[in-house]
Design a protein around this ligand. Structure first.
Ligand SMILES: *Cc1c(COP(=O)(O)O)cnc(C)c1O
Length: 388
């Protein structure tokens, strides 16, 4: 049976490059290396010598990268010390002084800070666009437009972008496309299958899945794109820690299972939240009532474990009474771990193309692997503290 006949879950579990590097050991020991010795001068002077220095890659880096590239149907991948580092490295790889970047308005706020600070200082101009713009993105392009950056679904409110259409418009004008695919974690959606050039992952989220490591990856569509990205990681010194990659590898073995559970559990919670009087709107693209449902059905396997709600307008003290009463949803950044979390969101501060003018507090829940009935009971008792 050839590997291409295997289904995705099988391939993910059996992915990784050259096990001969490890004498067939099923869980390759994480190789900890800075220095790699050369047998002689000929080897040192050979430009094709496989492993030169820890930062530029080891057999273990190679295994992790191959597994991630396989997950995303990419040509090859590069590890990064965090998702944000993967993102900033990829943007630096393609953008030069004078270039124009189209950036989605619902982008992860630290990515936005990078654009407004570092890219601005580099002389790159950035325009933010409505995530639902679709083919109209063409109107925002000019002679200087070098790249379009997507993040789908959008951070906090989960607008699904029409990635295939935007990629088509970009390709017609020779514009590079990058997609932050952390939400799908390589499982629910594969941007490279739709023609995007680069897929970016925060492996800190579902891929590691246990809230105890920072890790990222950059996935390239083809050899040409990969060469540009590799030059950037080499020049910028971007590499990931071996212990973190080992955690990422372990997470990959159960990733599909955890994503499926996350989607089912979050859908149940989202449906329950929809019936609550305290809630003005639920943001969950897996709900039939969500405006993004049609695109989710078209392009995604299902939604993930993130659910946001807009509370009805209320005093801050009432919002605080609700959030502080929650016992199973402690406040914390991040998502994709085994445990449930809550993170208040403040879109007014970080949206410019589409103004956020809702009065109520936006809250994002990460639905973990606790029993769903317990989670609902916790939300129910906390809502009793919420006056609106
Ligand atoms: C968390 C996150 C990142 C950044 O990843 P880190 O690993 O925390 O640096 C990027 N994009 C999205 C959508 C995220 O949620």
């Amino acid at each position: 049976m050839g590997k291409k006949d295997l289904k995705e879950e099988t391939r993910t579990i059996h992915s990784g490059c050259d096990l001969s590097d490890y004498k067939g050991i099923v869980n390759p020991p994480p190789i900890k290396a800075s220095t790699i010795l050369y047998p002689d001068l000929d080897a040192y002077e050979n430009p094709n010598h496989k492993y030169r220095y820890g930062r530029n890659g080891t057999p273990y880096t190679n295994k992790f990268s191959c597994a991630i590239a396989a997950l995303e149907n990419g040509y090859a991948a590069l590890p990064a010390p965090s998702g944000l580092s993967a993102i900033t490295t990829a943007l630096m790889a393609f953008l030069n002084r004078g270039d124009h970047l189209l950036m989605v308005d619902t982008v992860y706020p630290p990515t936005r800070s990078f654009c407004n600070d570092v890219l601005a200082r580099m002389g790159v101009s950035v325009d933010y666009y409505d995530p639902l713009i679709g083919a109209d993105i063409e109107r925002l392009m000019n002679d200087k437009t070098r790249a379009i950056y997507m993040e789908s679904p959008g951070s906090a409110t989960f607008e699904i972008q029409d990635v295939p259409v935007i990629v088509k418009v970009a390709k017609a004008r020779g514009v590079v496309t990058l997609v932050d695919n952390s939400y799908a974690s390589g499982v629910l959606f594969k941007p490279l299958d739709h023609g995007a050039d680069v897929s970016l992952l925060s492996c800190t989220k579902y891929i590691n899945g246990h809230s105890d490591a920072m890790l990222g990856a950059i996935v390239a569509r083809d050899a040409e794109v990969f060469a540009i990205l590799k030059r950037a990681t080499d020049n910028l010194g971007v590499c990931a820690g071996v212990d973190e990659m080992e955690k990422g590898m372990r997470g990959l073995n159960t990733l599909h299972l955890r994503m499926k559970e996350a989607g089912e559990r979050a859908l149940k919670i989202a449906q329950w939240l929809e019936g609550r009087d305290e809630v003005a709107r639920v943001y969950y693209p897996g709900l039939e009532s969500d405006p993004n449902y049609a695109l989710l059905k078209r392009d995604y396997k299902h939604a993930n474990g993130l659910v946001s709600i807009l509370l009805k307008p209320a005093e801050r003290s009432s919002v605080k009474a609700f959030t502080d009463a929650l016992e199973l949803f402690p406040i914390g950044s991040s998502w994709g771990g085994y445990e449930s979390l809550l993170q208040p969101q403040y879109p007014t501060k970080c949206r410019t193309a589409v103004a956020w003018d809702h009065e109520g507090q936006l809250l994002r829940f990460q639905v973990g692997l606790e029993d769903t009935d317990d989670l609902i009971a916790d939300l129910e008792q906390a809502f009793e503290k919420f006056d609106f």
